[in-house]
Write a protein that binds this ligand. Structure first.
Ligand SMILES: [Zn+2]
Ligand SMILES: [Zn+2]
Ligand SMILES: [Zn+2]
Length: 344
């Protein structure tokens, strides 16, 4: 079967779910005009931005005049550290559990007009080190069992502020997505006595058709089972479970690969490319979790241009995710992109 031509389903071993691939719908050559909307020019400093240095936030607190990264507790946190009274469990079909947590915001840079691809490598490296520190610090709290680092970028993804930032949510429970993937990785380790993502990386490096970018310590692929058109997965080459396991050389390499990947993304449709991304790492619940392999997912919504996005509706909401452009074609497009930011 030619996976580039016939409709087929692909299996995601990390989630035990399937995606429908319909490549025949895009067999025509790339006709889509690449529209780049006029580049919005942002100021270096915005007096109205609640993340810029020295400004007052909605809660009334004032940001320091920071010159690198800046971390603060979310003023409108989805979770709080104090525990509530146990919830009544009077019906097995009406289950609820109390949840404690801490939500923080990490500003990447004082520069309001920058995003990761604009930032100097040393500054991105500082961001990576803050991810490592925050995972360490929050994960050490006795009620915190999982630390989720994620970035929601661009108005298309609902990000409320263009100022470069991400969030870290530390929770009492392991959330649904990492819990699902952890189970799959643990099952794989038990039945194969090897790591699912280490084995997957060997296959992708050998086949090369879904590789996007790599360096000494990390590899980015469009996963075989990707759902979003330009979805990627960033994998550590070494089997390590957590951001806290990164040594200094790996921190530098992670900064390098993030800059190169996000630059390619920006060049694809010549816009500041929107996405949601986040790391999946070892829970901080005190158990060993040897199956967990540190990785990040990038989920960008755009399909064909700066303005044409993929919607997860209809069949996808009711039945199964579906894609037209194959992961191999998406990877080839990203490989063609320059790693010099196109400023036009
Ligand atoms: Zn700002
Ligand atoms: Zn591994
Ligand atoms: Zn994952």
């Amino acid at each position: 079967m030619n996976l580039g031509q016939s409709p087929h389903r692909r299996y995601n071993p990390l989630t035990d779910e399937w995606v429908l691939v319909s490549p025949h719908r895009t067999q025509r050559p790339w006709l889509g005009q690449i529209e780049s909307p006029p580049a919005e020019s942002l100021p270096m400093y915005d007096p109205e931005c609640y993340l810029c240095p020295g400004n007052t936030r909605a809660g009334g607190k004032r940001n320091p005049v920071y010159d690198s990264t800046f971390v603060f507790e979310n003023d409108f946190a989805a979770l709080v550290p104090s525990s509530s009274a146990p919830l009544p469990q009077d019906d097995a079909l009406l289950r609820a559990a109390s949840e404690r947590g801490i939500c923080r915001v990490i500003c990447f840079s004082p520069r309001h007009d920058w995003t990761l691809p604009n930032m100097p490598l040393a500054d991105i490296r500082r961001v990576v080190e803050v991810w490592r520190e925050q995972t360490q610090e929050l994960g050490a709290l006795d009620f915190v069992n999982y630390v989720q680092v994620f970035e929601n970028k661009g108005a298309l993804m609902g990000a409320s502020n263009p100022h470069p930032h991400c969030q870290v949510w530390a929770t009492e429970h392991i959330p649904t997505e990492p819990a699902k993937e952890l189970r799959a990785q643990a099952d794989y380790l038990q039945s194969h006595h090897t790591c699912l993502l280490c084995d997957y990386l060997v296959i992708e490096l050998a086949r090369a058709e879904r590789l996007v970018v790599q360096n000494d310590h990390f590899v980015v692929v469009v996963p075989f089972w990707a759902i979003w058109p330009f979805e990627t997965m960033l994998l550590a080459r070494r089997h390590l479970g957590s951001l806290t396991d990164l040594n200094d050389a790996e921190c530098a390499a992670l900064a390098d690969i993030i800059k190169r990947l996000t630059t390619r993304y920006d060049n694809l449709f010549r816009i500041s490319f929107p996405y949601s991304m986040g790391f999946h790492q070892t829970p901080t619940d005190g158990a060993a979790h040897p199956a967990m392999h540190l990785h990040a997912h990038y989920y960008p919504p755009l399909l064909r241009s700066a303005t044409i996005r993929k919607f997860m509706v209809g069949y996808e909401m009711l039945a199964e995710p579906q894609r037209d452009i194959t992961p191999e074609t998406a990877a080839a497009r990203l490989r063609e992109m320059s790693e010099m930011l196109d400023k036009s």
